[in-house]
Design a protein around this ligand. Structure first.
Ligand code: AMP
Length: 137
């Protein structure tokens, strides 16, 4: 995989405001925050999208994410928070190294804005789709 700015941060070649670090995971403040406290949680494993991640890295990220969420909540006094994880440029991913955004939602409205145009799940189509997804795992 091509090197990214997050690879440089992991190696300490460019600075970050570090929130947490262990052998497999790094968390640091987003440089263009949607709200103060917007934090990125990344695996040290260099993979572009979540589906490419090893089980070990995935488990390590899963262990750390709730802790970071607690830290963001306590530090910001937010009224809620979103965990966002983009995969692919069509899905708004800019940095091609897996990362989770923890974005506090503040009482004044700052945070993630979401456009959510929901459809309706058809029963028969849903059964077929669920089967195909399960087979692809
Ligand atoms: P995404 O659109 O999901 O790929 O988000 C990438 C995020 O990385 C954006 O929110 C950027 O603000 C953030 N970002 C890019 N470069 C840096 C950096 N050097 N330090 C911290 N955050 C960064």
């Amino acid at each position: 995989m091509a090197d990214t700015i997050f690879g440089k941060i992991i190696r300490g070649e460019i600075p970050c405001h570090r929130v947490y670090e262990d052998a497999q995971v790094l968390a640091f403040l987003d440089i263009f925050p949607l709200a103060p406290g917007h934090t990125l949680v990344i695996p040290k494993e260099a993979k572009a999208t979540l589906g490419e991640l090893s089980d070990e890295s995935a488990a390590a990220i899963g262990r750390v994410l709730p802790r970071v969420c607690r830290g963001v909540e306590r530090a910001t006094g937010c009224v809620g928070y979103n965990v966002l994880q983009n995969n692919g440029s069509a899905a708004h991913q800019v940095v091609m190294h897996v990362h989770f955004h923890v974005i506090p939602k503040l009482a004044d409205g700052r945070g993630l804005g979401i456009g959510w145009e929901a459809g309706k799940l058809d029963g028969a189509a849903g059964a077929e789709l669920a089967k195909r997804i399960a087979e692809g795992m």
